[in-house]
Design a protein around this ligand. Structure first.
Ligand code: SAM
Length: 216
């Protein structure tokens, strides 16, 4: 168990506020959710790699008319979500397995801080599956902690390696994120790039799927 996971277990009922405060040192989840909702308010949202659901909670609050599905390989995805469970649901599932179910495509697909935790050889496959799950004309957004020149960058690396416990974490440059999506998802058109407070390390890139896209 990572150092961070051990501390979370010890915190008991204080885990939620402590996790929220810890994460806000690195990124404002409110700012991320507001940026996402300013770009898309589609009726159906998918978050791939939703984790404990704290970020999903902010997104669902900023998109009150949308339904949202969060999937993750982890045990109990969305376990910290305390929002509207009529609109938001979670499943323990990989993006590839969801794709095999052939669900109706989603208006907005989110991949938030997942890629730098995934081995390089698996990244294109995950991104491609996300693209296939996005409706023609819909949006696919990738948020990454990126490899940039910033005094904060070393702290992101240390936190993921030694507190999060992912010794294999490997950050992408901003241009590498865009190149990965463009190489993996046919019909993806970059439409926006936003830095998310409080650090320039946090970069959200949004892609619109061509209306007649046929993904690779
Ligand atoms: C650092 S967490 C990010 C959680 C959340 N998106 C957030 O921003 O707080 C990355 C998550 O991606 C999940 N993940 C990695 N590969 C995945 C895949 N192929 N399908 C679904 N989830 C995946 C991991 O289990 C992990 O929970």
């Amino acid at each position: 168990m990572s150092f961070g996971a051990s501390v979370r277990t010890l915190l008991g009922r204080f885990e939620r506020p402590a996790s929220t405060a810890y994460r806000s040192l690195f990124m404002s989840a409110e700012a991320l959710a507001l940026t996402i909702s300013s770009l898309s308010q589609g009726p159906r949202i998918l978050e791939v790699g939703v984790g404990d659901g704290l970020v999903a909670q902010h997104i669902s609050e900023c998109c009150p008319e949308s339904s949202m599905l969060g999937i993750d390989l982890c045990i109990q995805p969305g376990r910290m979500f305390i929002g509207d469970s009529d609109r938001v649901s979670f499943r323990q599932q990989s993006v590839h397995d969801l794709l095999l179910e052939e669900p109706a495509p989603f208006d907005l697909v989110l991949l938030l801080d997942v890629l730098h935790h995934v081995p390089e050889s698996e990244r294109a496959g995950i991104v491609e599956s996300c693209g296939r799950l996005t409706a023609p004309g819909g949006l696919f957004m990738v948020k990454e902690s990126c490899r940039v020149f910033s005094p904060a960058y070393p702290f992101f690396v240390l936190a993921d390696r030694w507190i999060g416990g992912d010794r294999a974490v490997s950050f992408l440059a901003v241009t590498e994120v865009e190149q990965l999506v463009l190489a993996s998802v046919e019909g993806a058109i970059p439409i926006a790039r936003h830095r998310i407070q409080p650090w320039g390390v946090n970069v959200l890139t949004a892609f619109r799927m061509a209306a007649t896209a046929s993904q690779k």
